[in-house]
Design a protein around this ligand. Structure first.
Ligand SMILES: *Cc1c(COP(=O)(O)O)cnc(C)c1O
Length: 430
């Protein structure tokens, strides 16, 4: 399988190159040349999670990894459970937060870490992973790559714009993980990382790679849980997936799963006040705007990087996009009410990102009267957002053990202005 650049000015590459390059040389994002349709019988068959993952990912990686090698990688990467919480007859929450950093990003980060370390074996070239994070990517990547030999991870995160717990997860591992605390927004961090990849000196001096949602290899593992949810829950019918979205990597994974054959009535891209995508759906135009800060901070993204991929999948036709995806934006006030309502009605605690997803599903039901089964993707454990949730519900939330350990450690970060020149200087010096 070859992967082409969405900008169309770079030669197509194989999986391994798409994995290590992250961004194409022309600044575009890699997309698979074809998306194989696996057939409904594949999705109906009795498969473990790693087997399902291998079946879905193998067509994309088979030039570089044998079936057996991919099986090893998937068994190591996906060694934690998923959960489905049925709220009522039609609505469920897909709990994607049972991995080591308690957020859905563990799926992609663990897959990429295992895959990269597999390709790096017997190589003396040290790899530097550069990653911008709005919160959870950084900790998932740091955790996935922690102590992986031959790989250094440098994380850029926006100062004062991630939760205390997220910051602790980013800054307390040490070892091969370095946290750069950027005086700016997530968009600044992302811009700096993109600039680094396009910088001639840096490309020359360092073996650089990314683990952001710009990396094609993140999307593949993020397609698998859609199929898993459908298998558990849908009884062979279509489902609605409501996806709390920021950079739209999660949603793009869903679109891949759908093209591979998972029957979907509609995807709902639910956003916070950062409403570039819902605006695009309703108007057909993309307004470049700065990120605004919300309580669902991992989705505080001004211009979602996967927008290019989504447009590409639908041949730049917004009417086609609308057939598959509905999208709305929700305020922090709505989000807090949703957390409260779900707690009152079902005795179930959700965090702010998941709450935005719940609002998206409710809105869709109100607009369409659809009674199709709906799945809200729950992207993080509520304990990670205790500082937001506790004032809303008026109760303490239980912190899982792994977070309690991180909270007790000292923060260790390097402060940096939001200028690419500072990042470049730092990288050339290490
Ligand atoms: C990253 C993240 C999101 C947004 O996912 P995208 O793939 O960037 O759209 C939502 N919720 C949480 C908790 C996240 O960490």
């Amino acid at each position: 399988m070859r992967f082409y650049s969405t900008k169309g000015n770079a030669i197509s590459v194989g999986f391994k190159d798409a994995l290590f390059h992250g961004l194409a040389p022309d600044g575009g994002l890699y997309m698979p040349e074809t998306i194989p349709h696996l057939g409904i019988d594949f999705f109906k068959s009795d498969l473990s999670y790693p087997e399902l993952a291998v079946g879905m990912i193998h067509p994309f990686t088979k030039d570089d990894l044998t079936h057996a090698q991919l099986t090893d990688i998937c068994e190591l990467a996906f060694d934690f459970p998923l959960g489905i919480k049925e709220l009522n007859k039609t609505d469920s929450v897909l709990e994607l937060f049972h991995g080591p950093t308690l957020a859905f990003k563990d799926f992609a980060a663990r897959f990429m870490a295992r895959t990269m370390s597999y390709f790096l074996e017997n190589k003396d070239n040290e790899l530097t992973i550069l990653v911008a994070t709005s919160g959870d990517t950084g900790s998932a990547v740091a955790n996935g790559f922690f102590n992986v030999e031959g790989i250094n991870v440098i994380i850029l995160y926006p100062s004062n714009r991630v939760s205390t717990i997220q910051e602790k997860q980013l800054t307390t591992l040490g070892g091969n993980i370095t946290a750069l605390e950027i005086d700016g927004s997530f968009d600044d961090c992302q811009r700096m990382v993109k600039a680094a990849f396009q910088d001639h000196d840096l490309r020359h001096r360092l073996f650089l790679s990314s683990a952001n949602s710009i990396n094609m290899a993140r999307l593949l593992p993020q397609s698998v849980y859609y199929a898993w949810a459908w298998k558990q829950y849908a009884n062979n019918e279509t489902v609605i997936f409501s996806v709390p979205s920021g950079n739209f990597g999660n949603l793009t994974g869903g679109l891949l799963a759908n093209r591979m054959g998972v029957p979907v009535e509609k995807f709902i891209a639910a956003t916070n006040a950062n409403d570039t995508f819902p605006h695009f759906i309703s108007s057909g135009t993309i307004q470049h705007q700065d990120a605004v800060q919300t309580i669902s901070n991992a989705m505080d993204v001004g211009v979602p990087s996967n927008l290019d991929r989504i447009q590409n999948l639908f041949h730049d036709d917004v009417n086609q996009v609308k057939v598959d995806i509905a999208s709305w934006s929700f305020s922090d006030k709505d989000t807090k009410e949703s957390i409260q309502n779900i707690k009152n009605e079902f005795g179930y605690l959700i965090e702010p990102h998941t709450a935005v997803g719940v609002l998206g599903l409710n809105k869709y039901r109100n607009e369409t009267n659809s009674k199709t089964k709906g799945v809200v993707l729950s992207t993080a454990h509520p304990g990670k957002f205790a500082d937001v949730i506790e004032p809303i519900i008026g109760n303490k939330t239980a912190l899982p053990d792994s977070l309690q350990i991180a909270m007790k450690k000292e923060k260790n970060s390097i402060k940096m202005p939001n200028q690419f020149s500072d990042l470049k200087e730092y990288l050339l010096a290490v």
